[in-house]
Design a protein around this ligand. Sequence first.
Ligand code: ADP
Ligand code: MG
Length: 382
Amino acid sequence: MTGRGGAIDLFTARFGGEPDIVIRAPGRVNLIGEHTDYNDGFVLPMAIEQATWVALRPRDDRIVRLTSEGHGDVSFSLDDLVRGTDGWAEYIKGIAWAMGSAQLHGWEGAFTSDIPIGAGLSSSAALEIAGALAFTSVSGQAWDPTASALMAQRAENEWVGVSCGIMDQLIIATAEADNAMLIDCRTLGLTPAPLPGDVAIVILDTGTRRELVDSEYDDRRRACERAAEAAGVPALRDLSIDDIAGLARATDEIALRRARHVISENERTIDAASALEIGDVRHFGELMNDSHKSLRDDFEVSSDALDLMVDIATDLEGCLGARMTGAGFGGCAVALVRDSAAAQFVEEITRRYSTASNNDPHVYVTRAAAGAHARQIGDRTT
Ligand code: ADP
Ligand code: MG
């Protein structure tokens, strides 16, 4: 069982009694702005309805005891925080380390989640932000979403050892319901962009997982750095479409194409946020389609499965636009679909994609949800 009730029931079954606090931390999907984050650029993600929940109770000591549905039990002491191979516990230990464990109190907590693991919807960042909010709540600290997102990113980078940008943690911590969020990855400036009520966001998991992604990712980063260096700017963020002709004379053909994606994607992302501001979902959809082509042809991070999914989606009634989302080479695409056509869209795309490929698709219709929050249960003052 998932959701608030599921976490409370699991807490009672595992620890006895009732929890004091329930926390919800959503997953996320990026609508546009791909491979722009490490170029100091712009991204436009939103939090989704699928979320990780934790029901918890503070402890008087410095022990953290946790259970997570389907992932087993873990426990550790804040006085003896060592990096280990405890699987999912490392995400919570990493958070405690990044927050400064000397300031923190112990707690016991039960996690449930309906964010699929490893699908690119950021179950890991949801877990980290849920953990950060739990430590903040039991330790009597004030919740600072941006500061917590930076600590969660540090936990994932330095404790868990996975390199990631700031987008996932930041959107999960700061999202507003019914809005996507334009994030300036250089300044961490946040601008909400409203999503109209008559469109649905449909996440299209191709059922394929990325391979060779680390080496390909490093290769793309290096090409972007090469192009920025050739142009004499700190990052590709500092260039505009007008600079591309000059760049063509200064760098190699591969770096030029990678740069053309990043530069045009930054412009599309800002344009997309403006389109939402005036409710122009049609233009937003066109920008998503252009983003996919640029990722496919110039950045070369799409895959046959992603191209197939996007081609089917854009061919269907009520689809305003679709693109791959996330690092690429597999995983999910995302489509913007008229609400009235969403049910038919889901049925059709599942059927057509299953027939045309050997993979099992998973399709999720979702809306822009609020960011992470904690709620006290009842009035248990001690
Ligand atoms: P994703 O794309 O979903 O973020 P990752 O590989 O980055 O995929 O993170 C998945 C890992 O995060 C899991 O293997 C597990 O260790 C941890 N994780 C995520 N959600 C939970 C949860 N609800 N309970 C326990 N561990 C979780
Ligand atoms: Mg992750």
